[in-house]
Design a protein. Structure first.
Lengths: 408, 409
């Protein structure tokens, strides 16, 4: 076996230029794959985190159908005590109850429609980043004060400042007319125009008063410690939640998120696939050539009694050596490029506008992980090995005597 | 000329001395070229669709607003010139389509539910020329004239509001004195659109009816103008600016929807980068193949040089060999791309990820768009860069010392 290994390694360097060109193709593709996959994966993580942490949370308890219809009468009864018992049963603090309604908010000068949320003032900051994003004034404090926190764009459009009063008009739980006046105590700036323009928060008890909720709400939001624990947590929540309510994980709450990632992955993997195939062709050509030019030599070795199978292994071994050098060099170069951009940040013209659409910053800092370093290169390696099958199999058709007649 | 004929013949015959290598290389080029063109067509198709849908939702290619309206879409930011003056000016201008509209934020309430929407007052006759969202009526009828008392809402919104055709809804907004302006309307039609978000957020009523409700006689907030081509809008923007009167902002769609505008530019860059990446991946194989071909023929090349063939002819012969490979690959790649895109003209169903595509602003059917421009770019890149890639092995071949080359084993 050792001899074959040595033979394979030496054979590679009989034509160093050819070997290096083939390895070059691998290194080029591998480095590109490592960089692209690292960017993609860190983007996805950021996209999920930013979207979920802003407001949605990882898990929500709702009435059946509420997720799709967002109707006022799809209620979670006695929402505060449900949140409380969930906190107790799960031993987790990051759980908050909410109620939601649509209302027309009027200042002295302007009126705009907005989505208004009644939140548990004590717990909301544990499940959403909005309370922490209050730039002017403060977040809500008293559970039943007639106070409101609104987004920056909405404040500008309504022409209101801290301390101004806003009139809220909407319909209550039973469809009757609901109206209230609330004082603006805080203005938040999330940087996402859609949130800053259309969301306002008031204390839950105040909300329940105004909209005749009779203690009910629309969702209990649960923030998991990390994405991996969501599935287990969801099962625990399902055990606690009374019949007639449903538990959704973030995938069900934001189906677009996962699908956007899927769509991006599948188009990206098509492109990576093409790269792998092109590298495989490069390997095929190289190995085919190297087998053909050694016809005479192979004829002699076979005449000396070496089985075609062993020669086939030799060809595979040569390919594997090339592939391994390409794999590690590619991962190294790709990792270095990724680290460099992870340090300086990566951006391209027009990215800002596109990134804003997915709650992403306008500069990426890609992170290489073991997965992103080797996922692409392993496929390139496998592609190269598959390409070596044809040249290796050809050896079985070789007749020693005829092969030896071929001029060296 | 005769020399060229000879070296071409030599190059051609040389290619088929090792037909396996040639076939492998041509297949690699074919796949690369196919991938270049096919992927570009998919991407172009998606972006074209997004731009088309985006322009229909805006709507129009150029819009006129009060300078503050886009940041603060309030009834207070009206276009100063009166609607009748504008109508007189714009209807004379011979646009492909145009419409003056009242667009305000509003709250829509059914018996059970309330939602925030964008309320749009339109002149149905003008609106038809725009081909804007809201014109695809799924059920019921469209608005008939500027005094129609009905409302047309999206199918999705009707679901959300638990309402249907024939029912009444109340629309609430503010008038210029910040008094609540509201009015009941009967739902006469439901429209459909390719994006759910559009079906949910736009509500259409007749322009004069809305002007009366909002107490703004003869004034509008927005004028939309359609161009014959969605690129090159400078002339149109200028013409519209001339017609729209004082104190307005006239902008083309790329500025109105910067996401779409940058998407189109990013895609141009992306297509080019993709083609170059594919070419680079191919170039290693190409250089390798040529280097092998030269290496095998060292003695032969030496002999030709010794017999008096000029080095430039050797150079030319290798380059012609490379170009022949590339041209073969290109022809097959182009044909393969064309053949794989034509059966997909009816669209590729990607509704499995519909909500994800909606985040991109794209619909759930992908129509590949084979653009001549992209095909030409792909072919030019492969030929020009391929030419440069073959220079190095060709140069080496032409520099051999005849005696050394002949004696090389």
């Amino acid at each position: 076996m050792n001899i074959i290994v040595l033979l394979a390694w030496r054979n590679l360097w009989r034509q160093p230029r050819r070997t290096w060109l083939t390895i070059g193709a691998m290194v080029f593709s591998n480095a590109l794959l490592v960089f692209m996959i690292s960017i993609q994966f860190s983007t996805y993580e950021l996209m999920i985190d930013n979207t979920l942490q802003a407001f949605t949370g990882h898990i929500q308890v709702q009435a059946p159908g509420y997720k799709d219809d967002l109707k006022m009468r799809q209620l979670v009864p006695d929402v505060r005590s449900l949140a409380k018992s969930l906190r107790r049963e799960l031993g987790l603090e990051t759980i908050a109850a909410r109620a939601a309604a649509f209302a027309l908010a009027s200042s002295e000068e302007r009126s705009y429609g907005l989505q208004i949320y009644g939140v548990e003032t004590r717990y909301e900051s544990l499940v959403s980043t909005i309370p922490g994003l209050v730039r002017d004034g403060r977040y809500l404090k008293d559970p039943d004060a007639s106070e409101i926190v609104i987004g920056k764009v909405l404040a500008r459009n309504l022409r209101v400042e801290l301390g101004d009063e806003v009139t809220l008009l909407g319909s209550g739980r039973d469809g009757s007319f609901a109206a209230a006046i609330a004082t603006v105590v805080g203005i938040f700036d999330s940087g996402v125009a859609a949130i800053d323009r259309s969301i306002a928060e008031v204390p839950l008890e105040f909300f329940q008063d105004v909209f005749y909720m009779e203690g009910a709400g629309h969702q209990v939001v649960i923030a998991a410690p990390d994405l991996e624990s969501v599935a287990a947590l969801k099962r625990q929540v399902e055990d606690v939640v009374p019949a007639g309510l449903v538990v959704h994980d973030w995938n069900a709450l934001q189906p677009g998120l996962q699908q956007a990632i899927q769509a991006d992955i599948s188009s990206a993997f098509f492109m990576y696939g093409v790269l792998v195939v092109l590298v495989a062709f490069s390997v095929l050509n190289t190995q085919l050539m190297s087998v053909l030019e050694r016809t005479h030599e192979f004829g002699i070795t076979m005449a000396l009694g070496i089985a075609p199978g062993r020669l086939g292994r030799l060809v595979f071994l040569e390919t594997a050596f090339m592939g391994l050098v390409g794999l590690f060099l590619g991962a190294l170069v790709g990792g270095m490029i990724t680290e460099w951009f992870g340090y300086t940040g990566f951006s391209y013209p027009g990215m800002e506008e596109m990134a804003a659409n997915f709650n992403l910053p306008s500069r990426f800092y890609p992170q290489a992980t073991l997965l992103t370093l080797f996922l692409g290169p392993i496929f390139v390696f496998a592609g190269g090995m598959l390409a070596a099958i044809y040249p290796a199999v050809r050896l079985h058709r070789l007749h020693p005597v005829e092969a030896m007649r071929v001029a060296p | 000329m005769r020399t060229f004929a000879i070296i071409s013949m030599l190059a051609w015959r040389n290619l088929w001395r090792n037909h396996r290598r040639t076939i492998v290389m041509v297949s690699a080029i074919t796949i690369g070229v196919w991938a270049m063109i096919f992927m570009s067509a998919l991407m172009r198709g998606m972006v074209n669709d997004m731009v088309r849908d985006g322009i229909r939702a805006l709507p129009g290619h150029v819009q006129v607003h009060h300078p503050d309206f886009r940041d603060d879409p309030s009834i207070l930011n009206l276009i100063p010139t009166s609607d009748s003056v504008l109508t007189a000016a714009f209807s004379q201008a011979g646009f492909d389509g145009w419409s003056s509209r009242v667009k305000v934020p509003a709250v829509i309430s059914s018996e059970r539910e309330s939602r925030g929407v964008t309320l749009i007052g339109v002149d149905p006759a003008l609106e038809r020329s725009l081909d804007a969202v809201g014109s695809q009526i799924a059920e019921g009828r469209n608005l008939e004239d500027v005094n129609d008392g009905g409302v047309v809402i999206g199918r999705k919104l009707a679901d959300r509001l638990d309402t249907e055709i024939g029912k009444r809804i109340v629309l609430m907004s503010q008038d210029p004195d910040n008094e609540i302006a509201d009015r009941g309307y009967r739902i006469v039609g439901l429209f459909e659109a390719s994006l759910e978000q559009v079906e949910e957020s736009f509500v259409f009523v007749a322009k004069a009816t809305l002007q009366k409700m909002l107490r703004i006689e003869d004034q509008v907030t927005e004028i939309a103008v359609l161009a014959s081509d969605y690129r090159n809008l400078e002339a149109l923007t200028e013409q519209v600016t001339g017609l729209a009167g004082e104190n307005v902002e006239v902008l083309p769609w790329q500025k109105l929807n910067s996401y779409l505008g940058s998407m189109l530019k990013v895609m141009d860059g992306f297509v080019l980068v993709w083609m170059i990446v594919i070419f680079l991946a191919l170039s290693f194989g190409l250089v390798n193949t040529l280097a092998m071909a030269v290496f095998e023929r060292v003695r032969e090349i030496g002999l030709m040089l010794a017999l008096g063939m000029r080095p430039s002819n050797i150079l030319g012969q290798i380059i012609v060999e490379s170009l022949l490979l590339l041209v073969f690959g290109l022809i097959l790649g182009n044909v393969l791309a064309w053949a794989s895109i034509v059966p997909l003209q009816d669209g590729i169903d990607i509704s499995a990820v519909a909500q994800g595509m909606e985040m991109f602003g794209a619909s759930s059917v992908l129509y590949p768009a084979l653009e001549l421009k992209d095909m030409i770019t792909a072919n030019v890149i492969v030929l020009v860069l391929g030419f440069f890639a073959s220079l190095s092995p060709a140069w080496r071949a032409s520099r051999y010392e005849p005696i050394e080359a002949i004696t090389k084993i």
